[in-house]
Design a protein around this ligand. Structure first.
Ligand SMILES: [Zn+2]
Length: 172
């Protein structure tokens, strides 16, 4: 059970790092409860306020942060009150995994349904029909076009899909 939890934790950290960078991981792992302003956080961490804002909006984009805005009566400026949505972790992870699964499904369909030829020098990857048109020689370097065995790639996609389905299962 513990390994499953840490696997999901790892996935979450990966996701946050990808969209919000290292600072995103740091801010998220602070475990801040309740509302705060970007200015407070910037002062507390000693980080540029623009960097803090970029992180918070990135977290907001994937659903891991929310905010409410109010206009400061005196200055007329918009104030953002942020909140990290720790309770949405599982939903966000599941959504991301489902997105990845869709991409892999599409990739699998393409790989599975067609035969490819590649240039021995790596210039092009073409369909069987195109390879025929080119007389099985590369349109760029004129060297030979070779049949591409994609069973390894397909196997790899299948394995990734299995893993993702397992992780989605853990989140459902
Ligand atoms: Zn070539």
């Amino acid at each position: 059970m513990e390994t499953q939890i840490s696997e999901l934790d790892e996935l979450l950290v990966e996701l946050i790092e990808r969209v919000a960078g290292e600072l995103g991981v740091i801010i998220y792992s602070l475990g801040i409860e309740g509302e705060f302003t970007d200015e407070q956080l910037s002062q507390e961490l000693g980080v540029e306020i623009n960097d803090v804002r970029r992180v918070l909006f990135a977290l907001y984009e994937i659903g891991l942060a929310s905010y409410r805005r109010t206009r400061d009566e005196e200055t007329g400026w918009m104030e953002y009150y942020w909140k990290i949505s720790y309770d949405r972790e599982r939903d966000v992870l599941r959504k991301e995994l489902e997105k990845t699964r869709e991409k892999l499904d599409a990739k699998l369909e393409i790989e599975d349904g067609s035969v490819y030829y590649i240039c021995v020098n790596g210039c092009v990857k073409v369909s069987y029909e195109e390879a025929m048109e080119f007389g099985f020689s590369c349109p760029k370097c004129r060297d030979m076009l070779e049949f591409l065995d994609s069973s390894g790639a397909i196997e790899q996609i299948r394995e990734e899909l299995e893993k993702i389905n397992r992780l989605i299962g853990l989140l459902s």
